[in-house]
Design a protein around this ligand. Structure first.
Ligand SMILES: Cc1cc2nc3c(=O)[nH]c(=O)nc-3n(C[C@H](O)[C@H](O)[C@H](O)COP(=O)(O)OP(=O)(O)OC[C@H]3O[C@@H](n4cnc5c(N)ncnc54)[C@H](O)[C@@H]3O)c2cc1C
Ligand code: SF4
Length: 837
């Protein structure tokens, strides 16, 4: 029999409950009605700040289409639970309905605490909890003006960074003598204050707020020591309070300090009513982190399905985060409150790092620690809490996480605390399921899917399980693609045979030949069909065209930015008629002509080149198109000339050979008609210039590009795209799109930003110079073929009968055009052939 579960609150934890229940309830025993007071389905509140740093509400959403379309789930947004009738077992809602329930789970989260200082309710005062809060703050922010955050804890610093991202000069007011007093100790707090102060924040520690002043809206904030900060924006981030208002209405017990009082199975004082997440006080204690909430959700799902006791296993309150670019981690007994605890501290003021380990009184057991400035040791240290140290403490404290590896962790150590996954769970999945990479582990165990701090450890565990992560390109080259690129660039080697002779073995294969051909082309070593290079290319590159399923080829001339003259359109139409080609407009804003036989390619391209067209590189691992919207010339919303910029970018990077294809887009305003964020690099106009996004793609696993830099002028934009593309070309694996490359980079987007924008490796000028070399030496590949009889001689269907067309190629008519007829030959099997998009 199907029963009804009502879940009140569709936040992170309520959502996890619904997700878990639907995954495990194979017999559909529960129909779930979810009441969500917010106007949108659950989103990643932990990543809320990224909403002001380039992510959209859609990016943050946790609700999958499958869940939203699931007939067993009835999600009611904008609908709050307003009361509970325990006798009738119904929940009343803000839209006036009464919902019967067999089981009820309260997942109402917390509300920000606003201290009752005079003026706290003036216009211009905000809290920092929901997407709507951030929209309000954004609307009120004035660039260059001061903004004040009250509270210097974890969320306060996130809010301060938000003000900074909005161009404001952020002040942080904290009552305690240091920042993040709950997580870090005095030494760590000092380093943290210095590091964030260097980033332009003004910190007022040990300071109480006396009043917020203004008539109808905020004009200034006065501190207890008399300091006055003129500001129009105040953000309260002074802690949270559990949302337990339904307790009184329903006669449920509350904990002394708030929250629905629940036992270790998250059961409230009433039968069939549970509370989970931040609103639940397990044995009297509330938890303000998401991981304990997830454990509670999974435990309650277990109970609902009668799969077990589902007892809350207790919480690991460890935290690791990057605040304003500064790594901060705190784990276990960070403040050394255990009796007799000893502390080992390593501080490097020059480097701005601080690390402390808290040990048992005999210095054998790790109890906790604090890391500021460099938290790379966190993924190794946190699972070791309450365990014997595997190495001397000073060795563990050295930067980059010590000389110890995954082998030092016991099997039951929790590696992913967000999702409660142990080392043994992961190693069993690796060996049992034959996993070979981190995405595989994530998919199978959920480890690494929340805060991501355990991802370095997942890599170590793969290695410990003997999963070879050999960097060798193939059996002929022990080097990775990146290393081969460096070798070719440093030595000037210009041919495959020289490279394999000096640095590899054997004669090469389908993997290394095109990869080396691509490296040689990226570094400007002549035409891709010159001499020996021709034999390295795969079929598409060899004929400078994409082979289609019936063995014919497509012809795709470049149409920079999608802008084309009537004269050129007429040429395309005439050619299509004359050669009987199928024509189709592509998603990349150009025109594909399909159905050309190999011997027709030079004839068609001669006409195209004479008309001013050039290769569109639709066949190559190279820049494809830079799609653009119509921009401010025509569109009334446009704020920049997106067409001119798209043409400039397309002409600059045309012909750039890369590990994979590269697509780009330019939109003339935030409405994003060019879908630039679905591209490897996307440019979106702002009032002040351009925002640059990187690492997007469509395909099997769509990914939105992420903001790399904002409000760039034209020249800044070009130099950053130069650096980004060249860094990608230089360091990505073969066949790795920018999205996968970005995800595989240690440090991800932050690292990329450091290298590309902040030039942390000092290679910015070199990357730009290499790109300029490419730009200066560009020439059209098809024009190069037409000018060289030797190259032209390859374009025949049968080498021993060069004038004979292939008789197997037949067409039929459909909708006024040709399409391939029944294929009498086996489908051509071309390695790495792509569907053209
Ligand atoms: C900026 C920010 C950064 C954070 N960073 C971290 C971090 O790094 N690590 C970490 O572990 N945690 C972090 N957190 C905390 C984390 O987001 C919370 O622990 C988590 O969201 C709690 O989930 P929840 O479902 O219990 O509550 P919530 O996510 O708050 O969801 C509760 C939902 O219930 C709704 N609701 C309330 N009452 C009703 C009602 N009567 N009827 C219907 N709906 C109702 C609310 O509107 C809300 O949508 C952060 C929080 C913020 C704001
Ligand atoms: S993105 Fe903006 S400028 Fe471009 S077409 Fe759309 S609305 Fe117009």
């Amino acid at each position: 029999m199907t029963r009804t579960l009502v879940v009140v609150g569709h936040g992170m934890v309520g959502h996890r409950l619904v997700e878990t229940l639907r995954e495990r309830d194979a017999d559909n025993t529960w129909r779930i009605v979810v009441l969500g007071e917010e106007p949108r389905a659950a989103y990643d509140r932990v990543a809320l700040s990224s909403y002001l740093d380039g992510k959209s509400a859609e990016d943050l959403s946790l609700a999958s289409h499958e869940l939203l379309d699931d007939p067993m789930v009835d999600l009611r947004l904008n609908t709050a639970a307003t009361g509970i009738d325990r006798t009738a077992r119904t929940v009343s809602t803000s839209d006036g309905s009464g919902l019967p329930y067999d089981a009820l789970v309260l997942a109402t989260g917390s509300r920000p605490f606003v201290p009752p200082v005079p003026g706290h309710d003036l216009d211009g005062c905000f809290v920092y909890r929901t997407i709507e809060d951030l929209d309000d703050i954004r609307a009120a922010a004035t660039e260059g003006e001061p903004g004040v955050v009250i509270g210097g804890g974890l969320l306060g610093l996130e809010a301060a960074n938000a003000l900074r991202l909005l161009g404001m000069r952020a002040h942080v007011v904290e009552m305690a003598p240091r920042l993040m007093p709950l997580q870090v100790d005095e030494g760590g707090g000092q380093v943290l204050s210095r590091l964030v102060g260097d980033l332009g924040l003004t910190i007022h520690c040990g300071a109480a707020t006396k009043s917020i002043d203004g008539e109808d809206r905020v004009r200034s904030v006065t501190l207890a020591d008399g300091t006055v900060i003129d500001t129009g924006v105040v953000v309260f981030s002074a802690g949270v309070r559990p949302r337990d208002e339904l307790a009184q209405l329903a006669g449920l017990e509350r904990a002394e300090r708030g929250g629905f009082l629940v036992d270790e199975g998250c059961r409230t004082s009433a039968e069939n009513i549970w509370a989970i997440g931040e609103c639940a006080a397990v044995d009297g204690r509330c938890y303000g982190l998401v991981a304990p909430g997830y454990s509670m959700a999974e435990g309650v799902a277990e109970q609902l399905l009668s799969l077990g006791e589902g007892a809350f296993p207790g919480a690991d309150l460890s935290t690791k985060l990057k605040l304003l670019g500064v790594d901060v981690a705190s784990f276990g007994d960070a403040h050394g409150q255990t009796e007799g605890a000893l502390e080992v501290v390593y501080a490097n003021n020059a480097a701005g790092t601080y690390a402390k380990l808290v040990l048992s009184d005999d210095a054998r057991i790790l109890l906790g620690g604090v890391l500021v400035g460099d938290a790379s040791a966190y993924s190794v240290l946190r699972p070791l809490i309450d365990r014997e140290l595997p190495a001397p403490p000073e060795q563990l404290l050295l930067p980059a996480g010590s000389g110890i590896d995954a082998g030092a962790l016991p099997a039951d150590a929790t590696v992913c605390s967000c999702n409660n996954v142990s080392k043994e769970d992961i190693t069993t999945a690796i060996t049992g399921q034959g996993l070979t990479d981190v995405p595989g582990i994530k998919g199978c165990t959920k480890a690494g899917t929340s805060c991501g701090s355990c991802v370095p450890m997942l890599k170590n565990l793969l290695a410990e399980c003997g999963v070879s992560t050999s960097k060798a390109l193939c059996e002929h080259f022990p080097q990775s693609r990146t290393e081969l690129f460096e070798i070719v660039q440093a030595t000037g080697i210009g041919s495959f045979s020289e490279l394999i002779g000096k640095h590899g073995t054997g004669r090469g294969c389908d993997i290394c030949k095109p990869a080396v051909a691509s490296i040689l082309a990226s570094l400007g070593h002549g035409h891709i069909l010159d001499g020996e290079q021709a034999g390295l290319q795969d079929t598409n590159d060899r004929f400078l065209a994409n082979m289609q399923r019936n063995g014919t080829y497509s012809v795709v001339p470049r149409v920079p930015g999608g802008e084309i003259t009537p004269e050129k359109l007429i040429v395309l139409g005439e050619l299509a008629k004359e050669f009987g080609l199928y024509t189709k407009i592509t998603g990349g804003q150009r025109i594909d002509l399909f159905g050309a036989r190999v011997e027709q390619l030079p004839l068609i391209w001669r006409r195209l080149v004479d008309a001013g067209f050039e290769s569109g590189h639709a066949y190559g691992k190279a820049l494809r198109t830079v799609k653009s919207c119509v921009g401010n010339d025509w569109c009334r919303y446009g704020v920049q000339d997106s067409v001119s910029m798209a043409i400039r970018l397309e002409l600059r990077y045309r012909g750039l050979r890369a590990p994979h294809k590269i697509k780009a887009g330019v939109s003339g305003c935030a409405r994003e008609c060019a879908e630039a964020r679905g591209k490897d690099f996307g440019v979106i106009a702002t009032d002040k210039g351009w925002n640059l996004y990187v690492g997007g793609n469509g395909g099997f696993t769509p990914r939105h590009a992420e903001l790399l830099a904002a409000d760039l002028d034209d020249e800044q934009l070009i130099s950053l795209v130069d650096r980004f593309l060249m860094f990608y070309v230089r360091t990505a694996d073969r066949l790795q799109r920018t999205s996968a490359w970005l995800e595989s980079l240690d440090g991800g987007l932050d690292h990329l930003r450091e290298v590309v924008v902040e030039d942390s490796l000092g290679i910015g000028a070199e990357l730009e110079a290499t790109m300029q070399h490419h730009v200066d030496n560009y020439s059209d590949e098809w024009a190069g073929v037409l000018a060289d009889p030797g190259k032209l001689a390859h374009f025949v269907s049968f080498v021993n009968a060069p004038d004979a067309p292939d008789p197997a190629i037949r067409f039929v008519q459909e909708r006024g055009q040709i399409r391939p007829g029944p294929v009498s030959l086996p489908m051509p099997a071309i390695p790495n052939q792509e569907v053209l998009t």
